[in-house]
Design a binder for this molecule. Structure first.
Ligand SMILES: C=C(O[C@@H]1C=C(C(=O)O)C=C[C@H]1O)C(=O)O
Length: 410
């Protein structure tokens, strides 16, 4: 990387609708991202690529080195974050070939909104470019013509194979997934998706990344980890019941299979953060997290971070047994064998501040869009007493957040 200084200009702005702002940045199409937290108290937008830091493998060490080199070139204090993620595994998923396995962006224009306070940051832009980047843009809803299950039978047979392996004590839990393909008549427009997503108050993050003509979207309720002012927060989310079940909350809180799946995740997270933290606090038993379509078992975890930074901790945690399984390596091997590579599905995606604080989410309830088609991902935890048809039903509901985002009402 060259050693030339980078000029950064920060200005306060007036409150604006993020979907309109995103749409008005049509000239940066293919180079935009959006990230909003669960309670909507903060959102982050990137428009245009000033620098892309991309590696062929998952490598937090290489990202740290290159990010530090970039930060040394910036004059004066600033609030530009590095945004991106690491693919789920080191395999080459064809769907995600436009993205690096470590894939991070430093934007030309960053917009951060906290409460009602908006800050615009421009990197290496002239005053004329700063005044002139907006244009009016049309958005249109996708006209969906087909929804196809790509691998229902394969999923059922993978669950059966996993259950047999667990009955032979090969591992304790594995998370298996399947895909749906949605086809539209017209190109699926990310500005429209954002507009539609913001209309609907889901207790989840909303994340969207464009890269060339691909768009990755996630509406996940699951935080992998956040580090801010020496406080680390994370959570276990595992154990699911459809809201259509009568007395679902009560049943879920008393269901041995779901409680067992959940306990595996909590224990694994505790062990993974142990080297980095002290004063770990969490409730003794799981709570209920409410989403639009389901209830989840949920354990919030907080600790003081005494070693490492956001990149080191997220690397140690990923994949938690909420997305991989337990023991981690055995489950990962099984997933690779029966499913192949996941790309950004279930992957850590988020931001790193110039102080190496940050937040990563677990990119579930997600899809990869290429022009008129979207491939949707959904998975669920499988343990030795799993019933394949029930797991199929659970994944069917987990497609709903993405179907809803695409405007499908069923
Ligand atoms: C794997 C997914 O969800 C994960 C699995 C869950 C479960 O098995 O109960 C619950 C939440 C997530 O941790 C997904 O939505 O694709």
């Amino acid at each position: 990387m060259s050693k030339e200084k980078i000029q950064v200009i920060e200005r306060a702005g007036l409150p604006e609708s993020p979907a309109e702002l995103f749409g008005a940045a049509a000239r940066y199409k293919g180079e935009r991202y959006f990230y909003m937290n669960k309670d909507r108290s903060e959102w982050l937008m990137g428009l245009g690529h000033a620098f892309v830091i991309k590696e062929k493998r998952r490598s937090p060490g290489r990202i740290t080195e290159q990010y530090q080199a970039l930060l040394e070139r910036v004059e004066g204090p600033h609030s530009v974050r590095l945004f991106g993620g690491f693919q789920f595994d080191d395999g080459d998923s064809a769907l995600f070939s436009d993205f690096g396995h470590s894939h991070f962006v430093w934007p030309k224009i960053q917009v951060i909104c906290r409460g009602h306070e908006l800050t615009y940051t421009y990197t290496d832009m002239t005053e004329e470019e700063i005044i002139d980047w907006r244009q009016s843009a049309e958005t249109a809803a996708p006209n969906i013509t087909a929804i196809d299950n790509l691998d229902e039978e394969k999923f059922l047979s993978n669950v059966r194979t996993a259950v047999a392996a667990m009955n032979n004590h090969l591992f304790d839990k594995v998370v298996l997934s399947r895909q749906k393909k949605v086809t539209a008549e017209n190109e699926i427009d990310s500005a429209w998706l954002l507009q539609n997503g913001l209309k609907n108050h889901e207790n989840s993050y909303l994340v969207l990344i464009e890269q060339n003509d691909k768009i990755f979207v996630s509406r996940t309720p699951e935080q992998l980890v956040k580090v801010e002012n020496q406080v680390l927060s994370t959570n276990a989310i595992a154990g699911t019941m459809s809201r259509s079940v009568v007395h679902a909350e009560e049943k879920l809180l008393g269901d041995a299979k779901n409680l067992g799946e959940h306990a595996i995740v909590v224990r694994s997270i505790e062990a993974d953060i142990d080297d980095f933290t002290s004063e770990v606090k969490m409730p003794a038993s799981p709570q209920i997290m409410v989403n639009n379509f389901f209830y989840h078992l949920y354990t919030p975890i907080e600790a003081r971070i005494s070693e490492g930074d956001i990149l080191a901790v997220s690397h140690a945690l990923h994949p938690t047994p909420a997305l991989g399984g337990f023991p981690k390596e055995k489950a990962a091997r099984f997933i690779k064998e029966v499913e192949g590579d996941r790309g950004f599905y279930g992957a850590p995606i988020g931001y790193i501040t110039p102080d190496f604080d940050g937040e990563f989410i677990v990119a579930i309830r997600s899809m990869l869009i290429h022009r008129e088609t979207a491939v949707l991902f959904a998975g669920c935890g499988v343990v030795k007493d799993s019933v394949p048809e029930s797991e199929l039903f659970e994944t069917e509901i987990k497609f709903k957040p993405m179907l809803q985002l695409l405007g499908v009402t069923q």
